[in-house]
Write a protein that binds this ligand. Structure first.
Ligand code: SF4
Length: 416
């Protein structure tokens, strides 16, 4: 097996944790556990865990459909329900599934129906329409936590207060549905675990600064971030990131990486084309192009410059709710990407624009123009989709990536 095809421990363990998560969801109805549906960007799952809720993440389900190349059927069904082809593929996929297409059982597990729907809108307005549709379908309570955009460099104090108050207002409905009293010490314990896992995760991402990078901070980080998405606030999550950090440090000492030989160091902006991720990855690894850093691992929580405070749970949750990369203004995103490009000594930037994810793709052409023309960093712009393989044009994307790497090779002949 070629080195680039090896599945390392971290990747396999991430897959097992996701499997276990689905298997536990599958028994929720039988065991009478209460279920809340949430979103991943700016997730505040810890709050609901403290009441004993099982957490379902419809975006995560859509990613599973997409990775297994099964999303198209759901998307078609979603479009037949009247959702426009131009809107989010994840949403159409999930609403297609929720329309009893598989009676609640996906190939990767049984998805229990919700007792409560909570939208924390961090960066994506599609979320609200999506959950309103699920509210009509499942006829259960819906609560919306309105998370303002980070308009300046940091979240304004009045916006913090606004989010914090809305979180506190969730307590009565959670108590009523879960049948448990709110326990602030339990929440502190869970958040302490989240803090530990996030700190390990940040240390892992930092290792992309090594030369060569011991992992691909985009193509592998996409898999490594799954436990952060579904298990944050648990011992399992902390263990996973502690061991992953150890593994990647060992690789760093041995100068090895599943990405193979590093010729070009890249910063990647955008979400992966899940149905075609392997094909897309091979177009980069073939040339020795390694994503040493990326914005996507900051979509669930962008905690690079946050001081996390489990002892002040509502402050911590407010930070989590607002800290998704997608909830930042464009200038903050640009400054952040430029800092990453500098700190990780990249040779070029890759922008993958995803047609149906507006919160990510809006402004990416401006970013491309800025980096290529003003900052003088070679920048590749390609587009497809997060869920819908019909938008992935292999020939066109390969043509552009080959041209990009040939140009990079001329600038850096030592890499060839
Ligand atoms: S539009 Fe983007 S952020 Fe919003 S649900 Fe779809 S993929 Fe997620």
């Amino acid at each position: 097996m070629a080195q680039s095809e090896k599945i390392d421990w971290s990747r396999g363990a991430s897959r097992e944790l996701v499997k276990r998560w689905y298997s536990e969801l599958g028994t929720a109805e039988e065991s009478g556990e209460k279920v809340v549906y949430l979103f991943t960007s700016g997730s505040i799952a810890e709050f609901f865990r403290s009441f004993g809720f099982r957490v379902v993440l419809p975006e995560m389900n859509a990613i599973r459909w997409s990775m297994e190349n099964l999303a198209v059927e759901m998307i078609h069904h979603g479009e037949a329900l009247g959702y426009d082809p131009g809107i989010c593929g994840y949403m159409k996929c999930d609403l297609g599934f929720a329309d009893d297409l598989y009676s609640g059982t996906a190939p990767f597990g049984r998805i229990p129906p919700p007792d409560l729907l909570v939208v924390s809108s961090g960066g994506c307005s599609t979320y609200i329409k999506w959950f309103e549709a699920l509210e009509r379908k499942f006829e259960c309570p819906l609560r919306i936590v309105d998370v303002p955009f980070v308009r300046e460099d940091r979240l304004a104090e009045f916006d913090r207060n606004y989010i914090r108050r809305q979180l506190e207002e969730l307590i009565p409905i959670c108590e009523e549905i879960s049948g448990r009293k709110f326990d602030i010490d339990r929440l502190r314990e869970i958040l302490q675990l989240s803090k530990q896992a996030i700190e390990y995760w940040m240390q892992i991402l930092e290792l992309g600064k090594k030369r060569p990078s011991p992992f691909d901070g985009f193509f592998e980080a996409c898999y490594y971030m799954a436990p952060m998405t579904v298990w944050r606030g648990t011992e399992e999550c902390v263990d996973y990131y502690r061991q992953t950090l150890e593994e990647i440090k060992t690789r760093s000492k041995q100068h090895t990486s599943p990405a193979g030989r590093e010729r070009f160091r890249l910063l990647v902006d955008g979400a992966p084309p899940w149905p075609k991720i392997r094909e897309f990855r091979s177009m980069f690894w073939y040339w020795g192009g390694v994503g040493v850093t990326a914005s996507y691992p900051r979509v669930v929580c962008a905690c690079d410059d946050l001081e996390l405070t489990p002892e002040e749970p509502f402050e911590f949750l407010t930070d989590l709710a607002a800290s998704s990369y997608l909830n930042w203004n464009l200038v903050k995103r640009r400054n952040f990407l430029e800092k990453l490009a500098r700190d990780y000594s990249v040779d070029g930037i890759v922008i993958h624009s995803t047609r149906s994810c507006r919160p990510y793709s809006i402004g990416q052409l401006d970013l491309r123009n800025y980096f290529a023309r003003e900052a003088g960093i070679p920048t590749l712009f390609v587009d497809s989709d997060v869920a819908d393989p019909r938008y992935f044009s292999s020939a066109q994307i390969m043509n552009r990536t080959d041209t990009f790497f040939e140009a990079l090779g001329r600038k850096k002949p030592s890499a060839i």
